[in-house]
Write a protein of this length. Structure first.
Length: 330
């Protein structure tokens, strides 16, 4: 119950950004961190899917927080280039837990793939962008008409571009999406094979710093760009207490990040191969703090809006109900 209350306070803090609650929030979270009830001795393995953008997971991995939380389990960490690949692995039973942006779970749910949203992190609209090369003549979104735009299909960048096209007064059919993974998109962008690139951090920061890429539009006013933690329904049903422990350790990791910004940047640079300046930029664009909390009504509504927009455009085959995939902890 202690941790549940801590998470509820976290959710309120993220929703309302009340600075006066910070001390109480951290105290609640730290009180929960010693709760023995969260340790589930029946967890024999925990397979985690993460990305280069997963700062809290990077800290949890480096500090072996899950080895402490689940002493009888084999913990495995599996890096993926983007969220769609993580949810595919989750769907086929190769992962228990994964972290993605907002669009991948909508795609997965629309394809009837099993998943539960177990937590979210605060919106970070400034951590994604539509980029153009330093020599590009494009300065406004409506100039994207007829242009080739690189992006990972089914990623958070997909929704960002959908919203940007809409804001520009264009139709989705007015642009030429070029479906590429982040690494392949970066190569195409550098060669000038595409006119723009819709992407998220840290790839965004890397292109901005190393390639002097220009921001045509950030996610501000277009997409909240939430991070979601998702779990296999089988794992949730078998280990509901363990799910609470997983969220708890994410928040312990985030507390460490808030107090050790320089060390976090060094850790991210070392674990990802990013240049230190790129890692620093990436971390600075991240909301402070970025606790994991149960999904609020607003987050669910924002996610439903994304799903509705995709179904309207026939990007996904039918309408879906986001709330049906949200885990309700007891």
């Amino acid at each position: 119950m202690t941790q549940y209350l801590a998470q509820q306070n976290t959710s309120t803090w993220l929703t309302h950004s009340g600075h006066g609650m910070t001390t109480m929030l951290i105290a609640c979270a730290m009180l929960g961190s010693t709760a023995a009830w969260s340790i589930d001795p029946n967890v024999k393995q925990l397979r985690i899917g993460f990305q280069k953008s997963s700062i809290n997971f990077a800290v949890a991995k480096q500090q072996k927080l899950y080895e402490k939380e689940f002493p009888n389990a084999k913990i495995t960490w599996n890096e993926f280039p983007a969220g769609p690949q993580i949810l595919e692995a989750l769907a086929v039973g190769s992962l228990d837990i994964g972290v993605t942006g907002d669009t991948p779970p909508v795609y997965a749910q629309a394809a009837n793939k099993p998943l539960y949203y177990i937590a979210y992190e605060a919106a970070k609209p400034l951590a994604s962008a539509i980029l153009v090369s330093k020599n590009s003549q494009l300065t406004q979104l409506n100039q994207l008409k007829g242009k080739r735009i690189a992006l990972q299909k089914g990623s958070s960048a997909h929704y960002l571009l959908v919203q940007a096209v809409r804001k520009a007064g264009l139709q989705w059919t007015d642009i030429q999406p070029i479906w590429l993974s982040p690494a392949d998109a970066r190569a195409a962008f550098q060669k000038g094979a595409v006119d723009a690139w819709a992407i998220w951090d840290p790839y965004f920061a890397s292109a901005q710093i190393e390639d002097q890429a220009k921001i045509l539009a950030s996610g501000k006013g277009l997409s909240p760009n939430y991070t979601f933690y998702l779990a296999s329904p089988d794992f949730v049903k078998q280990h509901p207490q363990a799910v609470k422990g997983i969220i708890q350790q994410i928040n312990i990791a985030d507390q460490w990040v808030q107090k050790h910004k320089t060390e976090t940047a060094q850790l991210i640079a070392e674990s990802t191969g990013l240049k230190p300046q790129v890692a620093q930029t990436f971390i600075e664009r991240r909301p402070q703090p970025s606790y994991a909390a149960p999904l609020t009504a607003k987050v669910i509504a924002d996610q439903q809006q994304l799903a509705n927009r995709f179904s309207e455009l026939k990007i996904i085959p039918s309408t879906i109900n986001i709330k049906q995939a949200v885990w309700a902890s007891k």
